[in-house]
Design a protein around this ligand. Structure first.
Ligand code: GDP
Ligand code: MG
Length: 397
């Protein structure tokens, strides 16, 4: 989660990580004040298949699978942060492995580029997003500039592969050769003559590389403020994948739910008051205002951020691997224990590798547990697939 100061990053972070459904085996090891765990929601297949599941790496609440996701709240970015202004951009090192960026903008237009409070509706939130894009790109440009003369010369003398060398410079950022090839193509640069690329062209290239390797979704935050309407429109018109949201509303709802005042699950479009006699007039008014906002916005939009960034922007495919395709269990008899997120275009073999390298190496074929039929070797996984991998080796024995 990135953005200029005062847009509501910490509020969103706090709302997203305020969860009362603890889970034991997080796949994450680092814990720090700005790292937390939130959940991606995906309709579980348990109901359709008529089974009671025993989730292991995730949770299943009322037929909705909750898949743990690590989220990082980054310090605010100010103009020229790449030159060291404000807190600089050193912290971007922390998000090297991030799959995507949630760029938080103040849709209400009530804060300037430095995060100072201004008259609502006077600042264009599109600038909030452009700021992050620009600073991130400049940061990448700074990284590659150091090695560029050497890389360009070596590639031109055919001593090294251009894409390979560039991918190596950015390897810690999750950039691969395919990203580099695509970025070269999109920026329409001459691959055979990199020593001739001017600085502006190199910048255009890393800008494309950023877009491809760290896709963004825009959190049009403070959508509860009346002036946000206009700001949201501008963000959409600028072509950004925009989710109108209110971190403050979501935080209030999750807290009220935790205290037992209301029934609300993240992502719900509405909430219900459990016992209105327990509420004082101020609490009643606050809840009424929240209900009014949610009706107009279709919920608070906060959970949508997580669901859409994974399922739409990144296009990840949730798949349920099972060892026994008939009972839908793992070796210990747990029904539909795990769900894995696979990159778009992945096949069953990719799933096997994701479960265990050995399983990938010994992979023979896969079975679709729904039909009990063997999948063709070029099958592409689909959301909600239940897959059994058949391998030559016996795992763990
Ligand atoms: N109206 C409104 N205010 C918000 C919302 N989210 C955050 N704020 C306010 O914006 C200010 C900055 O919030 P904070 O989370 O600290 O922003 P950060 O600097 O980006 O981490 C605080 O006064 C919050 O109460 C929201 O959804 N709606
Ligand atoms: Mg903050």
């Amino acid at each position: 989660m990135v953005g200029k100061p005062n847009v509501g990053k910490s509020t969103l972070f706090s709302a997203l990580t305020l969860v009362d459904v603890p889970i034991a085996n997080y796949p994450f090891t680092t814990k720090s004040p700005n790292r937390g765990v939130t959940y991606l929601r995906f309709n579980c297949v348990c109901r359709e298949l008529g089974v009671k599941d025993n989730p292991k790496n995730s949770l299943c609440v009322d037929g909705v699978r909750l898949i743990p996701i690590q989220i990082i709240d980054c310090p605010g970015i100010v103009p020229e942060a790449h030159l060291g202004r404000g807190l600089g951009l050193q912290f971007l090192d922390e998000i090297r492995q991030a799959s995507a960026l949630i760029v938080v903008a103040d849709a209400s237009g009530g804060t300037d580029l430095e995060g100072n409070v201004v008259e609502p509706g006077t600042h264009d939130p599109v600038e909030d997003v452009r700021l992050v894009e620009k600073e991130f790109t400049e940061w990448l440009l700074g990284i590659i500039s150091r090695d560029w003369p050497r890389i360009a010369r070596a590639a031109e003398a055919k001593q090294a592969s251009l894409a390979g060398e560039i991918a190596r410079v950015f390897s810690g950022l999750g950039v691969d050769k395919e990203h580099v090839d695509a970025a070269i193509m999109r920026s329409e640069l001459d691959e055979g003559h990199p020593t001739a690329w001017r600085r502006e062209e190199l910048r255009r290239f890393v800008d494309e590389l950023r877009r491809l390797s760290k896709p963004i979704i825009v959190a049009a935050n403070k959508a509860d403020v009346p002036t946000a309407r206009e700001g949201i429109k501008k963000l959409v018109e600028a072509g950004y994948e925009t989710i109108p949201c209110s971190g403050e509303a979501e935080r209030a709802l999750r807290m009220a739910a935790e205290r037992g005042f209301i029934k609300y699950r993240p992502g719900d479009r509405i909430f219900t008051v459990i016992d209105s006699s327990r509420l004082n007039p101020a609490q009643k008014r606050a809840l009424d205002a929240l209900a009014g906002f949610m009706e107009k916005n279709g919920g608070t939009g906060v959970q949508d951020l997580i669901d859409k960034v994974y399922l739409n922007v990144l296009g990840y495919i949730p798949v349920f691997p099972v060892e026994d395709p008939v009972r839908l269990t793992d070796r210990n008899g747990n029904v539909l224990p795990d769900v894995y997120l696979l990159k778009p275009g992945s096949g069953p073999r990719d799933l096997a590798y994701k479960i265990h390298t050995e399983l990938g190496e010994a992979y023979l074929y896969a079975i679709n547990a729904r039909t009990r039929l063997k999948l063709s070797s070029d099958y592409k996984l689909r959301p909600g697939d239940v897959i059994s991998i058949v391998s030559a080796a016996k795992r763990g024995s």
